[in-house]
Design a protein around this ligand. Structure first.
Ligand SMILES: Nc1ncnc2c1ncn2[C@@H]1O[C@H](COP(=O)(O)OP(=O)(O)O)[C@@H](O)[C@H]1O
Ligand SMILES: Cc1ncc(COP(=O)(O)O)c(N)n1
Length: 274
């Protein structure tokens, strides 16, 4: 049994954060463990409050897992403060486990999930440890300090992030203007890159898409899939989860974490080597 860990915030609405991660882990048949960094009072309409967990207690959760389990991959999501980022980075630096950093900053409803001063901590302490970082377009812009208006900009931003020490950068294109396709761009340290294109689904039910994608990636890497295969399979997982949405709640509903198991042979992702 492969054991994986998510270090993230709790979403009471169940569509994003720890809840999305554990559901995804379960569907992909890995044993999910968790370190909770913050509680959010949240539903599909938005985040009404955030309660950060004390740094020392975040550390205790992570230490408890490391002491007892042989963990095969770790992901981070909502980390909230620079203190939490520094403390988990210090612990993760001492263990050699594939690390997927989803640099969660702002919820779909616009509420902040990361304090402004914590952005620098992400750059300095966490990105150098990351196997993969998975920013959406606004997060990639914030981390790199550059605007994205074209494919050339995406390539430039990826270079800046690779220079911070990350081994692989996936810039997710959910926020791009393209009405036909949702395209994600993948860049490696050795200069290899490719894009993954899937049909864009016309839906408002995209709550937790980034969390679910990075959790699937963590599960596949944790199961020992080669990195490129893990990335492509995670794209399929999120495509199916968005396609077969569940219409839960009155706002931006969650994705369908059950869909991959039921429909995994019916999903097309177009890969372009670049
Ligand atoms: N409407 C959509 N149809 C299909 N795929 C989408 C759609 N919106 C987002 N995605 C995919 O979901 C994943 C998360 O994307 P994105 O929305 O950019 O991230 P985040 O949730 O972090 O803001 C990416 O793989 C992206 O291509
Ligand atoms: C606890 C938590 N973590 C992450 C997200 C981001 O998800 P999204 O960008 O889909 O709102 C969220 N809303 N809540």
């Amino acid at each position: 049994m492969h054991i994986v860990t998510t270090i993230a915030g709790s979403d009471s609405g169940g569509g994003a954060g720890i809840q999305a991660d554990l559901k995804t882990f379960q569907e992909l048949k890995v044993f999910g463990t968790s370190v909770i960094t913050a509680l959010t009072a949240q539903n599909t309409l938005g985040v009404s409050d955030v309660l950060p967990i004390e740094v020392s207690f975040v550390e205790k959760q992570l230490q408890a897992l490391i002491e007892d389990f042989s963990i095969s991959a770790v992901k981070t999501g909502m980390l909230f403060s620079s203190e939490i980022i520094q403390s988990i980075a210090q612990i993760l630096a001492e263990i050699n486990i594939p690390l997927i950093v989803d640099p969660v900053m702002i919820a779909k409803g616009g509420e902040s999930l990361l304090q402004q001063e914590a952005i620098e901590a992400l750059r300095i302490y966490l990105l150098p440890l990351a196997t993969i970082v998975t920013p959406n377009i606004p997060e990639a812009e914030t981390l790199s300090g550059r605007k994205i208006n074209s494919l050339a900009d995406i390539e430039e931003v990826a270079k800046v992030l690779l220079q911070m020490g990350v081994q692989c950068v996936i810039i997710k294109g959910g926020h791009l203007e393209d009405k036909c396709y949702a395209t994600d761009y993948v860049f490696f340290q050795d200069g290899h890159s490719f894009s993954m294109k899937s049909t864009r689904i016309a839906t408002k039910n995209t709550h937790g898409t980034g969390c679910t994608f990075s959790a699937a990636l963590t599960a596949f890497l944790g199961r020992g899939l080669p990195i490129e295969e893990a990335i492509m399979e995670a794209k399929k997982f999120i495509q199916l989860a968005i396609t077969h949405d569940l219409s839960i709640g009155n706002g931006h509903g969650p994705t369908n974490h059950f869909a991959y198991q039921n429909f995994k042979d019916s999903c097309e992702v177009i890969i372009h080597e670049t």
